[in-house]
Write a protein that binds this ligand. Structure first.
Ligand code: ADP
Length: 268
């Protein structure tokens, strides 16, 4: 679905920010791009939807090379939610904001209202549809931005620290919604984060450091390289550490890598 080859990019001359990056993302997969601040994650998100010029190398999405000519086609497949929702607000009401992408897709007006209400409800923002987006809290703005992108029924969604302003419960709600859409509609998800816990539920993990891909593989392959992760200042998720410790004393947890799963297996 996505193939990035030998991608290089600099904002300023002679200061490379993305260095010979290669990775592939399969259709319907959940990929996490992880790395500490400044490693180039957001720059990759911007490059993937053609927001930055003068990159070298190639990006292919859904069989189309990312070029000026194919930009409209690619943006009809890929949506992105950035960390700072203020950059994405343009409407005078929350409903207008959710509608923005749908209007670009020329969704018939009759269908639009129903879609807006459905997605506002999914992100718990139904009561705010006629409110001014600028008056919302950061977390509420993030919910609206997520609703707007999910409502477009795209093939690929890039979430760039998209729930960073939500409290833990809010994060959980939005993550559950994204997981549901990922499973039900075979949505391809690229989640950009520095939250190592997210790695556990991914199909594929790309670890970036100083603009380079340091590791790429399944969560298990990545987490097994704990010393390298620590060197990259990435924490090993608590649950994974606990599982490894248990395995060391002969208790093997076969099932999922979540705290409830481990606790329930231990209680059996
Ligand atoms: P991350 O998302 O991993 O925190 P970014 O992609 O935002 O990293 O940034 C990667 C590098 O590019 C950093 O060194 C950052 O300072 C630099 N950078 C980001 N945006 C710009 C910009 N608009 N102009 C110049 N340098 C930038």
């Amino acid at each position: 679905m996505i193939k990035v080859s030998e991608l290089n990019f600099s904002y300023e001359e002679n200061v490379p920010v993305i260095k010979n990056v290669n990775f592939e993302i399969k259709k319907g997969s959940y990929t996490t791009i992880i790395g500490h601040n400044g490693s180039g994650k957001s720059t990759i998100a911007k490059l993937l939807i053609g927001l930055l010029e003068k990159a070298s190398g190639s990006i292919e999405i859904g069989g189309f090379e990312l070029t000026e000519e194919n930009l409209t086609k690619i943006r009809s497949m890929v949506g992105v939610v950035f960390q700072n929702p203020d950059n994405q607000f343009i409407g005078s009401t929350v409903a207008d904001d959710i509608a923005f992408g749908l209007e670009n897709q020329q969704v018939p007006t009759n269908d639009m209202q129903e879609i807006i209400e459905r997605y506002a409800q999914k992100v718990n923002m139904s009561e705010f549809l006629d409110k001014e987006p600028t008056k919302l809290s950061g977390g509420q703005k993030q919910r609206v931005a997520i609703a707007g992108v999910l409502a477009m029924d795209l093939d690929i969604i890039i979430l760039d620290e998209a729930t960073s302003m939500l409290d833990p419960q809010g994060k959980e709600e939005i993550n559950a919604l994204v997981d549901e859409l990922h499973e039900k509609s075979n949505l391809t998800i690229i989640s950009i984060t520095h939250d190592m816990e997210e790695v556990l539920k991914s199909d594929h993990v790309v670890v970036l450091d100083a603009g380079e891909v340091k590791m790429s593989g399944s969560p298990k392959e990545i987490l097994n390289r704990s010393e390298e992760l620590i060197e990259l200042q990435l924490d090993i998720p608590f649950i994974y550490k606990m599982q490894s410790e248990l395995e060391n004393v002969g208790i093997k947890i076969e099932k999922q890598l979540d705290i409830e799963g481990v606790v329930s297996e231990l209680c059996q």
